[in-house]
Design a protein around this ligand. Sequence first.
Ligand SMILES: Cc1cc2nc3c(=O)[nH]c(=O)nc-3n(C[C@H](O)[C@H](O)[C@H](O)COP(=O)(O)OP(=O)(O)OC[C@H]3O[C@@H](n4cnc5c(N)ncnc54)[C@H](O)[C@@H]3O)c2cc1C
Length: 383
Amino acid sequence: MYDAVIVGGGAVGLSLALALGQQQYRVLIIEKKNESVVVDDFQARTIALSYASKRIYECLHIWEDLSLKAVPISQVVVSVKGHYGRSSLKTDDHEALGYVVGANVIESVLTQHLVTQPTVEILRPGEILQRECTQSSWQLTVRGKHQPIACKLLVAADGIHSQLRQEQQISTKLMDYNHFAVLANLEMPQMAQETAIERFLPNGAIALLPWKNKAFTCVWTTSQQEALALKNMPEQDFISCCQEQLGKRLGKIVRVSERLAFPLTMNVAAQQSGSRFLLMGNAAHNLHPIAAQGLNLSLRDVWQIRSQLIKAKEPLDIGAQSFLQSYVNERKSDQHQIIFATDKIANFMSSQRIPAPFRALGITLFDSIKPLKEQFTQRAMGF
Ligand SMILES: Cc1cc2nc3c(=O)[nH]c(=O)nc-3n(C[C@H](O)[C@H](O)[C@H](O)COP(=O)(O)OP(=O)(O)OC[C@H]3O[C@@H](n4cnc5c(N)ncnc54)[C@H](O)[C@@H]3O)c2cc1C
């Protein structure tokens, strides 16, 4: 009997499996895709990990390996195109605000550590074919396993379109910002290293995260029409458009990677637990990427589960209602705050109703109110 079967081997499913495995719980991860292929750094998708996420990965003993491939963020500069309002967030000590890591690197480092865990198994490609829940366990028929298996807890960490969430008939609240994002990496040799940029535009915003080899990950939010045009135009035209929005101060863009365009939405499950069932990661709360908080929030969810196991001092039935309810109650406040703040930022970015001079004024005021700025910096770091 497994303590938990985790469906979905993305960063969240793998992090949860590691946290459980390190406490000697028996875990099976079922991932439908084969192991991902290694991608060239310039084409990689990147994730900004907060300082709190770094601390969590330190406690899970994987930070040492991740840090070799991570780029620190020492400051975040916020500005409005065409206006003087400008704010810069830094920490007072020498610690970075956060770190940028390749999404594929997080998954591969987690996998390397999981294969050394005696109580964790990874099945890929695998898939649940049939399932039935009794009061004490789940009985599962799984593609890739000869015999039916049983577990005390079934975790859906199967991403935005979670099939398990739909099968459990858990509804979601969808927030559609009527906006799209264009995602690409830019090579900008003259730009200050370790600096992240958030630049408000009349019709959206551009966020830049520092990445390797003088590259920066760019998330450009704009209307659907403009996003599709930006994705499909020739490389040099894209570089010119992006340069026009960023201005000359940050230096020249010399190269752009492949571009992706996708709609910006936020989707939050109406409930996160059920009978011996738990939603985690994007399946539970898929955040608008502009605040770079999706994985960071989910890692704090994982941290809560780990804390409950450690506090108990003896092996627990982690599918029991009391365990799941305690997790949901403890996570409510942090999740609500992050979802609320991300929604406000996303609306602020996509709103045509707030004229640019007011946005610039807001940023200048924010910059001059030290306690507010300190509080915001602390939240961005995941405290
Ligand atoms: C553009 C962009 C930028 C972002 N930047 C940041 C950032 O800077 N910082 C941050 O904290 N967050 C960021 N995020 C959010 C972050 O990427 C997500 O929160 C995180 O990747 C969610 O991980 P997950 O494991 O829940 O889901 P996923 O990564 O989607 O993994 C789900 C897994 O489940 C598997 N699966 C699906 N269905 C099944 C099935 N039926 N059976 C078996 N397996 C299945 C899939 O193959 C997949 O491997 C960003 C998101 C976007 C879109």
